[in-house]
Design a binder for this molecule. Structure first.
Ligand SMILES: NC(=O)c1ccc[n+]([C@@H]2O[C@H](COP(=O)([O-])OP(=O)(O)OC[C@H]3O[C@@H](n4cnc5c(N)ncnc54)[C@H](O)[C@@H]3O)[C@@H](O)[C@H]2O)c1
Length: 322
């Protein structure tokens, strides 16, 4: 188990890689031992702004040169399996951005690689590390409101997403968060789904799904990449139960409707730094030599089974049963 400052490496120094680098740079218990990105401008920025000790074009070359205690992967989704399995083959734990792969089969490949490694993968399903989400889920799952009947999620993004991410479907980029959240809330797996998109043939569109899961809960999720400014509506989740409901508007309030109605004001709370919380969990796992136990590749695989079905429904126009 590493005792001194941890050596952490980062693959992918684009928009979100920089968020990870900024979060790492705030900690004094580790060093950013290396950064890998084929873009020299990206690695130069990481070295100059976040104190990365060495720069590489290729993540595998970085793993062999630096031998880090842990790797954060913030590369595009289609590269995740190759980069993460290279780290696992070297027994290096990985914080792997979502989506962990593009299909459930990709997640199975990662699960197989993790099974033969001494290291682990922590999927970057960041909502699991968010205090308002954790409190909302805890209320829904406490039994106070009875059995969960449905989860309704709204997670809209500005339309620059359709330009910045032309190669990955919004279902894999944004809805994957709502899907993981819903799996976490209900404890079930998606069983049947109808997915709709308007306008149909562009990512600058709204994607809507409705379905139900093995826990008996209905799913209703909407993501729109249409908002023309960064002023998007707040992310929102509503959980309807047999004896009431709980809803959360991010940064605004958690509201509980039932025998003990109440409102938790989130506006007066300090900003929720879920990325720092996720990073702390990962580093604890690296030090302990064990998965931190919050969200696993099996959870990510269940999410990708759902995205597989949703993408199939979008292409066929019909209900898909898993
Ligand atoms: N958790 C979240 O809320 C959240 C938010 C945004 C992005 N993400 C995830 O972070 C990842 C990166 O997204 P982004 O917005 O930073 O994209 P981006 O396009 O801004 O950056 C990706 C970077 O990876 C580099 N890259 C490409 N292939 C590489 C490889 N094989 N090895 C090393 N670097 C490589 C690119 O040059 C680029 O600099 C994606 O998986 C995305 O889904 C997560």
């Amino acid at each position: 188990m590493p005792q001194d400052k941890l050596k952490i490496a980062v693959a992918g120094a684009g928009a979100f890689g920089r968020e990870h680098l900024a979060s790492l740079a705030l900690r004094d218990d580790m060093v950013i031992a290396g950064v890998a990105d084929p873009s020299k401008a990206a690695t130069d920025f990481a070295v100059a702004s976040f104190g990365a000790k060495a720069a590489f074009a290729d993540p595998v070359a970085m793993l062999d040169a630096v031998v880090p205690d842990g790797l954060i992967v913030a590369t595009p989704g289609h590269t995740h399996v190759a980069v993460a399995t290279a780290a696992l083959a070297r027994d290096i734990p990985v914080l792997l951005e979502k989506p962990v792969g593009l299909t459930a089969a990709d997640a199975e490949a990662l699960i197989a690689a993790e099974a033969t490694s001494k290291a682990f993968v922590l999927p970057g399903h960041i909502l699991r590390f968010s205090s308002p989400y954790r409190r909302t889920v805890a209320i829904a799952r406490s039994g106070e409101l009875g059995a969960i009947l449905s989860v309704t999620g709204r997670n809209h993004r500005d339309d620059s997403h359709a330009v910045r991410y032309p190669d990955i479907d919004p279902v894999l980029m944004t809805m994957v968060h709502d899907i993981d959240l819903t799996l976490w809330i209900t404890g079930g797996e998606l069983q049947s789904v109808l997915a709709l998109r308007r306008p149909r043939d562009t990512f600058r569109s709204e994607t809507l799904i409705t379905g139900w899961d093995t826990a008996g809960a209905m799913w209703h999720i909407s993501n729109a990449w249409t908002v023309p400014t960064a002023g998007i509506p707040p992310d929102r989740v509503e959980i309807v139960c047999e004896m009431g409901s709980v809803e959360m508007e991010l940064g605004i309030a958690i509201r509980v409707f039932g025998r003990n109605p109440r409102e938790i004001d989130l506006r007066s709370e300090p900003a929720d730094d879920m990325l720092a919380t996720e990073l702390a969990a990962f580093l604890d796992g690296v030090r302990a030599g064990a998965h931190p136990g919050v969200v696993t590749l099996a959870d990510a695989r269940n999410g990708l089974r759902a995205t597989d079905a949703i993408l199939r429904s979008l292409s066929t126009g019909g209900v898909v049963t898993l």
